[in-house]
Design a binder for this molecule. Structure first.
Ligand SMILES: [Fe+2]
Ligand SMILES: [Fe+2]
Length: 189
């Protein structure tokens, strides 16, 4: 397995569920609700799994390769985007299912998620393949699959401060390295 493949598979599933929503008659509000609820829960779980497993590993690999600034910027962007996606999902819940406003809110969530996936695929996933070998990507794929399986019923959506997130993850890396390695310090933010 490879964590970058699992993330791509999840992205495909998200695109598939948005496409399914577009093909359901707007009068079928029960079906729209069921599929949206599944998609919303999956979007939250996927972002959380990336924040727990993928982005800490990207930071670690980039710092080890003396590319701290690049992976820090990619991680800051990702956490910012994840917050936007969470907020867009929350907005959908404020509208009655099947109304024009509900469709507009779903479209906004689709746009925020599409933009984020494209950037994540082009930057974070690409860099991670360049920075790490297959054994590490397999190990992380197991952790990612386990996280999603354990939390299949959903996670609590919590917005995170991007700078605070990167600082906290780098602190954990420093602690794990017992101060023997130079670790990123997010100087430019
Ligand atoms: Fe993401
Ligand atoms: Fe993703």
């Amino acid at each position: 397995m490879d964590i970058t493949e699992l993330i791509l598979d999840d992205h495909h599933e998200q695109r598939r569920l948005f496409a399914i929503l577009e093909q359901i008659d707007r009068a079928e509000t029960g079906v729209l609700s069921a599929i949206w609820d599944r998609l919303a829960a999956f979007l939250e779980l996927h972002a959380q799994a990336e924040e727990e497993i993928f982005y800490p590993a990207l930071l670690q690999a980039g710092i080890a390769a003396r590319r701290a600034a690049g992976v820090e910027d990619e991680t800051l962007d990702a956490i910012h985007d994840h917050n936007e996606i969470r907020d867009a999902i929350a907005e959908v819940a404020r509208h009655q299912v099947g109304t024009d406003d509900w469709y507009a809110a779903v479209a906004a969530a689709n746009l925020a998620n599409s933009d984020h996936m494209a950037e994540e695929e082009r930057e974070g996933l690409t860099d991670f393949r360049r920075l790490t070998g297959l054994p590490r990507r397999h190990q992380l794929a197991v952790a990612f699959a386990a996280y999603e399986a354990r939390n299949y019923a959903g996670v609590q959506p919590v917005d995170k401060d991007p700078v605070g997130y990167v600082r906290a993850e780098e602190k954990k890396l420093r602690t794990a390295a017992s101060g023997s390695l130079s670790v990123g310090t997010l100087k430019r933010h």
